[in-house]
Design a protein around this ligand. Structure first.
Ligand SMILES: Cc1cc2nc3c(=O)[nH]c(=O)nc-3n(C[C@H](O)[C@H](O)[C@H](O)COP(=O)(O)OP(=O)(O)OC[C@H]3O[C@@H](n4cnc5c(N)ncnc54)[C@H](O)[C@@H]3O)c2cc1C
Length: 400
């Protein structure tokens, strides 16, 4: 049985949902559906992230990540206000605990100013302690714009609005094949064929695989990096007031283990970053042999592994030994002990790696006739979702 649409989006994560929402705002009479392989929306990256509203301080000025984060930040806050979704712009501190990190703080400060952030300030140790009494460090930054929100809540509200606007979200439909016929695309699942004038790939951890359904080659692949969390025991939550981040290593796309107050209560510590042996591998021993071999066979991965094998081993060590994880956290809060931490959940990041072994820093879109592939939407893509959705919807409008 075939079903016809103007636009078919693959993936009901926050990026696919925001894209559908924006498209239905631009063209309310459009026939649009989202095909999602799971039986519920936002089960993967969107449902397992840190819940931080990023300010845009980290990203290279002028890049898509920076511009979409700044624009998306405003859009997200407006959306939450209009829709009565709880959020808190509580601000965060970024802390240098070692001398070599001090110049990194300056770089981030300058990036923040270049990205239009106001009210950033440099902090000495006494000022750091005014924000977070239990933190230790040499110097820090105060970022007043950072905040927290429940992205699952945002995703569910987008879902409701899509349905209200006449869109469809069809669950349990894994797209296994796409035929671009030159005038339309045919998307095949185990039970049905869906025909669309335009297909938009928002498949997150599988966005490269889905892109290869319609492209002969791709000069990048998605590598899955699991981020594991601990929670601080309720009686020790007083150690953290809001958000405490280390000065990030500019060689890595993740921000280092940090402390996050969650909007629904509780404090999370993490996430780390270990290569997952399966794209949706949330547990240490989750293995999919075919996916693992596919990762190892990729030349970009092998080049990256040659460069970062030592850091990779450190990450595994920290993953398997709670004492090592605790030691990393103690660089920020020395009073924290192993007993204060209880195991939390995990998320898997879709990180795009190029054939040259470099992790792609920016959002990546590939536009072909009848197809748009969103192939790299890493953090802060949840913060930026409404802006990314708008960017993709504008691309789509040109093809409709
Ligand atoms: C541990 C972690 C912490 C993070 N912290 C933050 C943060 O604090 N702030 C922030 O802004 N960002 C954060 N991020 C990043 C952010 O969560 C992601 O960038 C964002 O959720 C990506 O959304 P997405 O829709 O592209 O992907 P996803 O949410 O992964 O959605 C993709 C969807 O596509 C579906 N799919 C895949 N293949 C198919 C197929 N063949 N057919 C049908 N459906 C398919 C999947 O089932 C999935 O539902 C974090 C990410 C992680 C993993």
């Amino acid at each position: 049985m075939e079903q016809k649409y103007d636009v078919i989006i693959i993936g009901a994560g926050i990026v696919g949902l925001a894209t559908a929402y924006r498209l239905l705002q631009y063209k309310p009479d459009i026939r649009l559906c989202i095909l999602e392989k799971e039986e519920l929306i936002a089960k993967h990256q969107t449902g397992n992230n840190s819940g931080v509203i990023h300010s845009g301080i980290y990203y290279k000025p002028g890049g898509l990540r920076a511009t979409n984060c700044r624009r998306g930040y405003k859009m997200l806050l407006e959306f939450c206000q209009e829709e009565n979704i709880a959020y808190d712009v509580c601000g965060k501190i970024i802390v240098a605990t070692q001398d070599y990190q001090l110049p990194l703080l300056d770089v981030i400060f300058e990036r923040g100013e270049a990205n239009g952030l106001q009210g950033l300030s440099k902090l000495d140790i006494a000022q750091l302690k005014e924000h977070e009494p239990h933190v230790q460090g040499l110097k820090g930054l105060w970022v007043p714009q950072a905040g927290i929100v429940d992205y699952m809540g945002v995703a569910h509200r987008l879902h409701e609005k899509i349905l209200k606007a006449g869109g469809e979200v069809i669950l349990g439909q894994k797209v296994e094949k796409v035929d671009n016929r030159g005038t339309q695309c045919e998307l095949v699942t185990a039970s049905k064929t869906y025909i669309g004038k335009l297909m938009i790939n928002c498949a997150g951890l599988y966005s490269d695989k889905v892109a290869l359904y319609t492209r002969d080659s791709l000069d990048m692949r998605i590598l899955p990096f699991r981020g594991e969390y601990y929670k601080i025991k309720p009686e020790r939550e007083y150690l953290v007031k809001n958000l405490i981040y280390p000065a990030p290593d500019p060689n890595f796309p993740w921000l280092g283990v940090h402390f996050t107050r969650m909007i629904k209560g509780g404090i999370e510590a993490g996430p780390n970053a270990v290569l997952a042996f399966r794209r949706e591998g949330y547990k240490k021993l989750d293995i999919n042999t075919a996916e693992l071999l596919d990762t190892i066979a990729y030349k970009g991965f092998r080049k990256m592994a040659m460069k970062f094998w030592r850091q990779g081993m450190d990450e595994y060590y920290r993953s398997f030994f709670k004492s090592a994880f605790t030691r990393s956290l103690q660089t920020l809060i020395p009073e924290l002990t192993e007993d204060d931490l209880i195991e939390g959940g995990a998320g898997v990041r879709a990180l795009a790696c190029g054939d040259d072994g470099a992790l792609l820093d920016d959002f990546v879109f590939y536009e072909d006739k009848h197809v748009i592939n969103v192939c790299n939407a890493p953090s802060p893509a949840a913060t930026s979702c409404l802006s990314i959705g708008q960017t993709v919807a504008e691309m789509a409008m040109k093809q409709l």
